[in-house]
Design a protein around this ligand. Structure first.
Ligand code: ADP
Ligand code: ZN
Length: 817
């Protein structure tokens, strides 16, 4: 066979495809390129794609002519070998094509495609030194707000466009819009710094360089230096105020290249020096710390089972301190963005500017920065505090992984694919990097606890609160009985209201928990029984009284509140159930003089509103805080005397095999917000089923018994951890077709798997006009999974080749939650 003179690379594309693709490169490119670098290629009809190099070779592809690449994007790999190993695992375990894994793992702006939309970043317009092409793009974006790359492709040609856009992204002027909904906008501050050119220079020379009549500029500079001397970063706002000069003069100084602006997220101000000493551990905390350290040497994950407020976080801090002294990186995972604000403050005080924060709601620019800082082992990202997507960062020198509140469901990614479980992947990272991993929880997941019983993990227990504060006193309130005795007011038992009153009088704060937002979740006609439902989904509409709307919480549909029943025409619409809005309303009426605030996804839509509500509560400006589960996750408030759970039954009777576990975790977690420092707090749980076994265990804080009961049940019913589950979610607009598709899959799977359940309706059988069916496979966990997964992919491949099922979408959920 004749040898060719040609050079090729195989790349992975961020698409729903299992194959790699071969492109041609010249010798120079071939020598330069490395695995993990990005290249721009065209794919299909004129579509531009960012691709990642996976292999270099000299073999001409057999079935197609290899196209040349357009250009090379990176000068060094942005994905390292540790990550390749992780990505490979995620792809095969969660049955997701490698390109989609990479797309989910990397910050959006790394993987531009023709379909990608672009937007200007704030403040982009002021930036100088653009090439003509770059300027054209900026101009187009000023005019149209959003432009997709395809349109620019027509303007600049396929060859050039990615280069231009990537440069603009690098310069921080433009961002891509894969995730348009950046709901949580971190607060930013603008700081000023002296340009490098003048640093360390003679200050007189600088002043002389100003023209004689530039008095205002002089004032600004003087003030700048005096602020700088205080050893603090110079805030733009402050500088303008204190110098008494105007924005115009400051702009001139910036224009002259003397000062320049830095915008930074308030969560990650990189200037702040550590201002607090690390706390000394108590004797029992110290014992636990030593135990953890010696267990780490055994190369197994360690589970820290510590009651709420026992000082788990303080122990993490001590561990982190050790690791960063060795110059290694730390990944600190938390379940929710909401948690980070408080924690960032706490950690920054100790570790100063060695902390970066990373989660999907951060702007792409910031995520990109953190990614690169981690890649380049920068000190500013030595400790990364992250939500679940943090496991994908390019760590090279990982020394410790912490998974806080390891039982939390938000570690599971729901959308888009891959539907990974970050806690499980953290354990994988531990193996890949040979780095210790610590899982922490007051109420561990049944799976993790099971793993300690099977000696796969080690475990340590910390069963007392710091400072000997007692666990809160928990009281179950029987609503059925209270109603019979006419001892209720609104949705509250009278003794609960009395307890709130007392707590307020003692100048303590109250948290009221109800896991439903809105005013009332059901609107029903008293005469004909008609329930107002979403026209697109099979759910009832929730009343939002303040906005005077009925809303669907699944698709966002909303409509005016009807006066008459649309079916029988009678004015008898009645509202049932309780949401946070109603509770806030009622409490405000019962406690006229109290400040009642609310924390749920309705009140936290705006910029910074989350942090704002929390800080008001923390500063005791708020007396009563009503909220959904958003407020229970590990927040540390000093002055909470009472926690009220409006209705535990919603949790207890949720149709899921994990309902008991979840209820216990949620209730213990909520309870844990009470009396964290100094005095013992109180918790009151309202229910119609006071004898429910889970409530009895909550009363005694008895995790051990909960675990025992659960594990027996799981074994009997063949649920995890005794089985592995793979759920197939089948969606189509046509009910008949949806059912047929589900039956087809069920039958095909039943040929080769023993336990195939369904098809059944999803919990919400229709969302956004699409019907949803489910088929569930249960596998013995011991069986080698890769083989079976290959088989599943084969079945799905056949399915997708059936023309009739073309419109049907199948989502695969491995280890569903
Ligand atoms: P957990 O993470 O287990 O819920 P935290 O670490 O948040 O507990 O500790 C609860 C509270 O007690 C925090 O306010 C924390 O600062 C304080 N605390 C814990 N350990 C110590 C210690 N050794 N010295 C001083 N304060 C401590
Ligand atoms: Zn809807």
């Amino acid at each position: 066979m004749e040898t060719t003179q040609k050079y090729y690379i195989d790349v992975v594309l961020p698409l729903n495809l299992w194959n790699n693709f071969t492109y041609e490169v010249n010798q120079k490119e071939y020598d330069f390129l490395q695995k993990g670098m990005r290249v721009a290629v065209s794919f299909g009809k004129q579509r531009l794609q960012t691709a990642i190099v996976v292999k270099k070779h000299r073999q001409t592809p057999l079935h197609y002519g290899a196209k040349p690449i357009l250009h090379i994007i990176d000068n060094q790999p942005i994905i390292n070998d540790y990550q390749w190993e992780l990505f490979r695992f995620v792809s095969s375990y969660y049955l997701t094509p490698p390109g989609l894994v990479i797309k989910a793992a990397l910050p959006g702006s790394f993987m531009l495609q023709s379909e990608t939309y672009l937007m200007l970043n704030d403040g982009a317009i002021e930036k100088p030194d653009l090439s003509d092409d770059e300027y054209l793009v900026i101009e187009a974006l000023q005019l149209q707000k959003m432009v997709n790359i395809k349109a620019l492709q027509d303007l600049f040609g396929t060859k050039k466009v990615f280069k231009i856009v990537n440069t603009l992204i690098k310069k921080g002027l433009v961002r891509s819009m894969q995730e348009v909904k950046e709901k949580y906008k971190p607060k930013t501050e603008t700081y000023l710094q002296l340009s490098e050119q003048w640093q360390g220079e003679n200050i007189n020379e600088l002043f002389e360089s100003l023209s004689k009549n530039a008095e205002k500029q002089r004032q600004i500079l003087l003030q700048f230096f005096s602020l700088q001397r205080q050893g603090k970063p110079v805030l733009k706002k402050q500088l303008l105020e204190q110098s008494g000069a105007g924005l115009f003069s400051l702009k001139t100084l910036i224009g002259k290249g003397i000062l320049f602006e830095i915008k930074t997220n308030i969560d990650r101000i990189n200037f702040e020096a550590a201002s607090e000493q690390i706390k000394e551990l108590s004797v029992s905390q110290k014992t636990i710390l030593d135990e953890i350290k010696s267990l780490f040497l055994k190369n197994k994950p360690v589970l820290l089972h510590g009651v709420t407020s026992s000082g788990k976080t303080e122990i993490y801090i001590h561990l982190i301190k050790d690791i960063i002294k060795q110059g290694k990186q730390v990944l600190y995972l938390v379940p929710e963005i909401a948690l980070t604000t408080q924690l960032v403050q706490r950690l920054t005080k100790i570790f100063g500017n060695n902390i970066a924060v990373y989660h999907s709601k951060y702007s792409q620019q910031e995520r990109r920065e953190v990614w690169l800082n981690v890649l380049h082992k920068q000190q500013t990202a030595q400790i990364v505090l992250a939500a679940r997507s943090g496991i994908f960062l390019p760590f090279q020198n990982l020394g410790l992984i912490i998974v806080d509140e390891e039982h939390e469901t938000s570690y599971k990614q729901v959308q888009p694919d891959p539907r990974y479980q970050a806690r499980d992947l953290a354990v994988l990272l531990h193996k890949i990097h040979q780095a210790p991993v610590l899982l922490g929880s007051a109420t561990p997941s049944i799976e993790s606890y099971f793993n300690t019983r099977r000696q796969r993990y080690n475990i340590v227990h910390l069963q007392e609160r710091f400072g000997g504060v007692q666990l809160p006193q928990i009281e179950i309130i029987d609503l059925k009985d209270a109603i019979r005795r006419k001892r209720t007011k609104g949705n509250f038992a009278e003794n609960v209201l009395e307890a709130i009153e007392k707590t307020l009088q003692a100048k303590k704060q109250v948290i009221v928990f109800q896991n439903r937002r809105g005013y009332a979740p059901v609107a029903q006609c008293e005469d004909c029984g008609h329930v107002m439902e979403c026209p697109h989904c099979d759910v009832s509409l929730t009343l939002h009284k303040h906005q005077h709307k009925l809303k669907c919480h699944y698709c966002g549909y909303q409509t005016e509140v009807p006066v008459l029943c649309p079916v029988c025409g009678n004015p008898s619409i009645n509202y049932k159930g309780i949401g946070t809005e109603q509770i806030q309303n009622d409490l405000q009426i019962f406690f006229e003089n109290a400040v009642v605030d609310r924390l749920d996804s309705d009140t936290t839509r705006g910029k910074n509103s989350f942090a704002h509500i929390l800080s008001k509560f923390q500063n005791s400006e708020t007396d009563i805080l009503v909220g959904t589960q958003m407020l229970v996750k590990g927040l540390d408030f000093a002055n909470v005397g009472l926690v009220v759970v409006m209705n535990a039954d919603q949790l207890l009777y949720y149709p899921d095999f994990r309902a008991d576990e979840r209820s216990f975790q949620m209730l213990m977690q909520v309870a844990g917000r009470a009396g964290r420092q100094k005095e013992q707090g109180k918790v009151m749980i309202q229910t119609f089923n006071p004898d429910h076994p889970v409530l009895q265990l909550v009363l005694k804080t008895d995790y051990e018994s909960l675990y025992k009961a659960q594990i027996v049940q799981r074994r009997e019913l063949y649920y995890p951890p005794y089985s592995k589950m793979i759920n197939f979610i089948i969606k189509d607009k046509n009910l008949q077709k949806c059912q047929e598709a589900a039956e087809w899959l069920q039958k095909s799977f039943a040929n080769s798997f023993e336990k195939v359940l369904g098809p059944s309706d999803a919990l919400i059988p229709r969302i956004k006009n699409r019907f949803i069916k489910e088929v569930l496979i249960k596998l013995p966990p011991s069986k080698t999974l890769p083989e079976q997964k290959r088989h599943i992919l084969k079945v799905l491949n056949t399915f997708h080749n059936i023309a009739y099922f073309k419109s049907v979408q199948v989502v695969i959920d491995v280890d569903p939650y």
